[in-house]
Write a protein that binds this ligand. Structure first.
Ligand SMILES: [Zn+2]
Length: 461
């Protein structure tokens, strides 16, 4: 355990929510296949004839999406926890990848404890989410909180594993294009035909990416026949998705676990789309149709293209230690004189390989989600804006006290360099007095960016 990361002070009751998405390139990205986000950006920038040639590449590229899995409990932590663990999330994600691979979409989830893909959230409002109930105060509040949390992870798919209202856990999940999270139940409480529902995550991801059910739902064959009769025996009464590849389907609960692939109602034959991911009928395999793939890819772009633009929030990896290096003069931030005392200045200096130039970057949570403590590996003290904190203030190390002058945000600019902003003042870390200067202070960001305000995190492990 890295107690030194705590800056010697007691933490809030919130469980640290770790973040990472762009800091570590997954091994899979090292392969030759191209990244769809990158490719579509390039295509937008190209003139038509070239774009025409490159658009062929869209058929073989992949959208890689990181999953951020949150196990929700009541606000009193630990009460009515959703029954889910990281390994179970991994299994669901793996199953979804078997289906969405055909769409060129790949979900990534790292189940190791410090990966940052896994977090806990004590919130009774979110824990009570049961279904979409527009206008219901509980739903509206829970939805807002889910959307708010999703905003802190702009490049990730947010999964909220919740218990549901009442004493017994829900077995259902839901999602939609109208909000930015996927509500899911515990792993083993969701069953289909007596077994664990291995396709549930993939199904809800379908809704999240704009897919509707393939069917209209009925308890019995007689009820379906009756409904068809009242609709003038028009098969289109059972069309729920408007997709020609999945003709109107009656979903008859009594047949869910059977193996029928057709059913006749009032003399009209219907195909059952057992192997479609948006059908409720049980099947050992599930898939997407070409039209469903088109819808999904469209929604992946709509939801994530901006976040994947490399501009905007940057998330360091809390498992590593970093040098914080000025893009202007190549110097590294260090605690002056390798001091371990409160109040020691933090200054740029030539690299010397000592721990007083190493920093751990620890994500904060709750209302501070998206901000970080920057902790000296040598002293365990935190990068802090010196008292006053006004323009031109300099930097010191201090015990963690949770002050706004100890919270930092990282933004990546077009060059890939980072701007480091104090949450307190929105002023940014700047090398003072030109390239040779040995000071660092906090000043307002230059409108077009400035070399003296650009930094690089260089991992040391
Ligand atoms: Zn559904």
């Amino acid at each position: 355990m890295h107690r030194s990361r705590n800056c010697g002070a007691a933490r809030l009751a919130w469980v640290p929510v770790a973040l990472w998405m762009l800091a570590v390139a997954p091994a899979a990205l090292a392969q030759a296949e191209s990244d769809c986000f990158q490719l579509t950006r390039e295509l937008r920038a190209l003139k038509t004839p070239v774009a025409g040639a490159r658009s062929e590449d869209l058929k073989s590229c992949f959208y890689t999406l990181h999953v951020h899995a949150v196990r929700v409990t009541d606000s009193c932590p630990g009460v009515r926890s959703a029954a889910i663990d990281p390994e179970q999330v991994r299994r669901w994600v793996e199953k979804a990848n078997e289906i969405y691979g055909a769409a060129g979409v790949r979900f990534e989830f790292d189940p190791t404890p410090k990966s940052g893909d896994w977090a806990l959230l004590p919130s009774t409002e979110v824990n009570d989410l049961s279904a979409e109930l527009p206008g219901d105060i509980g739903w509206e509040r829970g939805k807002s909180m889910g959307n708010e949390l999703a905003a802190h992870f702009p490049g990730k798919v947010l999964l909220l594993f919740r218990h549901g209202p009442g004493d017994a856990p829900t077995g259902g999940g839901f999602s939609s294009t109208k909000y930015n999270f996927v509500a899911l139940p515990g792993y083993n409480v969701t069953t289909v035909c007596g077994g664990q529902n291995e396709f549930l995550f993939a199904h809800e991801m379908g809704h999240y990416f704009g897919l509707n059910h393939t069917f209209r739902q009925f308890k019995t064959q007689a009820a379906a026949a009756e409904a068809l009769r009242s609709a003038g025996n028009k098969p289109s009464a059972f069309d729920a998705d408007g997709i020609a590849e999945t003709p109107p389907e009656p979903y008859i609960e009594d047949l869910q676990c059977a193996s029928d692939t057709t059913v006749s109602l009032n003399g009209i034959p219907f195909s059952l789309h057992r192997d479609n991911i948006m059908s409720y009928y049980r099947s050992g395999t599930k898939r997407l149709t070409p039209e469903q793939i088109r819808v999904v890819r469209n929604w992946v772009e709509r939801r994530f293209a901006d976040a994947m633009d490399r501009l905007g929030p940057f998330v360091p990896d809390e498992r590593r230690t970093y040098l914080i290096v000025s893009a202007e003069n190549g110097k590294s931030l260090e605690v002056a004189g390798a001091s371990v005392e409160k109040g020691a200045k933090v200054v740029p200096a030539d690299w010397n390989g000592t721990a007083s130039q190493n920093w751990e970057i620890v994500p904060l949570t709750a209302q501070d989600a998206g901000s970080f403590e920057i902790v000296s590996s040598a002293s365990g003290k935190c990068l802090t804006v010196e008292s006053g904190g006004d323009e031109g203030a300099s930097l010191i190390q201090w015990d963690w006290e949770g002050g706004r002058n100890q919270k930092w945000r990282f933004t990546q600019d077009k060059t890939g360099d980072l701007v480091i902003e104090a949450k307190q003042s929105r002023k940014v870390l700047t090398v003072a007095g030109g390239p040779q200067a040995m000071g660092v202070k906090l000043v307002p960001p230059a409108p077009e960016g400035a070399q003296s305000q650009r930094w690089r995190l260089v991992p040391q492990d």
